[in-house]
Design a protein around this ligand. Structure first.
Ligand code: NAD
Ligand code: WQD
Length: 339
């Protein structure tokens, strides 16, 4: 298949591009490098032993994107491009609604104009909002969010369902990721957050490598076994293989839009993650317990059985694998791709 990957230079995108190449697909990347660097794709090319054509474009540039699709001959698109920092989305809602919604609308119009109607979209467990019971089920309604970033995912999902309902030649997969962590086992590619990491495992890794002094655990008074929140951490390589499985399923599917949870179905606490990191790497992570972070849920994990039944996909890597691979990446690249 010839596949255009938007946001393919980013964290999940780069691992997925590598997985697609290893399955023999023909892959091109569209990215504006707003939150990534071309070095990630150079390393993917090195690992795959193949070159990847990169289109340095903003997805909101409609004339350029339309022209790209008119000439591209793509069979399918995987749409990762977007802004993703929850706290920043609260401070800059218009930037988030603007980028995430506009870029998706431009993409859908360019796809329709070129008769490319197979799409995999990066959604998030955040669409289950504050009140869904765990483990989250794909059919849960109503979807919702507690920050502008999350609402962009809810809104885009609705757009995708409406588009698929309007024309049965669209085949759309909506993948709801839980908490992606880890890195490729080579240590060549991984997550390279700009500035202070928002997420737990990159923060732990930066403390361990000496870039930050100590971790703050955001609250230990939750109603969980050790008082810290539970999350469904999933290895980024399992996530990458989920995209390949979804594409293969879509190619054989009748028209429509369908959502799948991509998670392990299991929650780990913050203190368990710290302990597992120390055990997997032998490196101590100093931490102090601080106040809760606003908006954090007590627990978030999904039921992954639909993806297993329909896509034939299941997460196989353990939390120890995730943290070992994260540490290999971070210790070999203390400053990320810029180092
Ligand atoms: P990332 O920031 O590493 O990758 C996103 C990529 O999109 C970046 O390379 C960025 O430069 C590019 N981009 C952003 N806006 C663009 C635009 N207008 N035009 C072209 N390129 C643009 O993020 P990631 O962690 O790889 O996430 C990928 C997708 O998965 C995002 O849609 C994100 O919301 C979603 N997601 C991520 C997580 C997570 O925790 N990482 C969880 C659930 C869902
Ligand atoms: C995990 C746990 C924190 C940092 C976010 C988005 C979500 C999704 C994935 C995209 C929580 C605790 C964290 C720290 C800590 N993204 N923590 N100290 O909040 O589950 O999900 O990223 O869709 O939408 O909300 O992930 O890694 O930020 O936090 O104690 O320095 O670690 O309180 O319990 P989260 P996270």
């Amino acid at each position: 298949m010839k596949i255009l990957v938007t946001g393919g230079a980013g964290y999940i995108g780069s691992h997925t591009v590598l997985e697609l190449l290893s399955h023999g697909h023909d892959v091109e990347v569209l990215d504006n490098f707003d939150n990534s660097s071309a070095e990630s794709i150079r390393r993917v090319e090195k690992l795959a032993g193949r070159t990847v054509r990169v289109h340095e474009l903003d997805l909101r540039d409609e004339p350029a994107v339309t022209a790209l699709f008119a000439a591209g001959g793509y069979d399918s698109v995987i749409h990762f491009a977007g802004l993703k920092a929850v706290g920043e989305s609260v401070a800059k809602p218009l930037a988030y609604y603007g980028n995430n919604l506009e870029s998706t609308l431009v993409l859908l119009r360019a796809m329709a104009a070129s008769d490319t109607r197979q799409l995999v979209f990066s959604s998030s467990a955040t669409v289950y909002g504050d009140h869904a019971p765990v483990p989250y089920q794909e059919d849960h309604e109503p979807l919702g969010a507690n920050n502008p970033y999350g609402w962009t995912k809810v809104m885009i999902e609705q757009v995708l369902r409406d588009v698929a309902a309007s024309d049965s030649s669209w085949r759309i997969g909506i993948l709801r990721y839980f908490n992606p962590v880890g890195a490729h086992e080579s240590g060549e590619i991984g997550e390279d957050p700009s500035g202070i990491p928002n997420n737990l495992t990159p923060y732990i890794a930066q403390v361990a490598v000496g870039r930050r002094e100590s971790l703050t655990v955001f609250g230990d008074d939750y109603d969980t076994p050790d008082g810290t929140p539970l999350r469904d951490y999933i290895h980024v390589l399992d996530l990458a293989s989920g995209h390949v499985a979804a594409l293969e399923h879509l190619a054989a599917m009748e028209g429509g839009a369908r959502a799948w949870n991509l998670g392990t179905g299991h929650g780990s606490s913050v203190l368990e993650v710290i302990a597992a990191f120390e055990k997997a790497t032998g490196v101590k992570v100093p931490y102090t317990v601080g106040p809760r972070r606003s908006g954090d849920l007590t627990e978030s994990f999904g039921d992954p059985t639909r993806a297993e039944a329909e896509l034939g996909w299941k997460a196989t890597r353990s939390i120890d694998d995730m943290l070992t691979d994260l540490w290999r990446w971070q210790s070999q690249n203390a400053e990320g791709f810029g180092g």
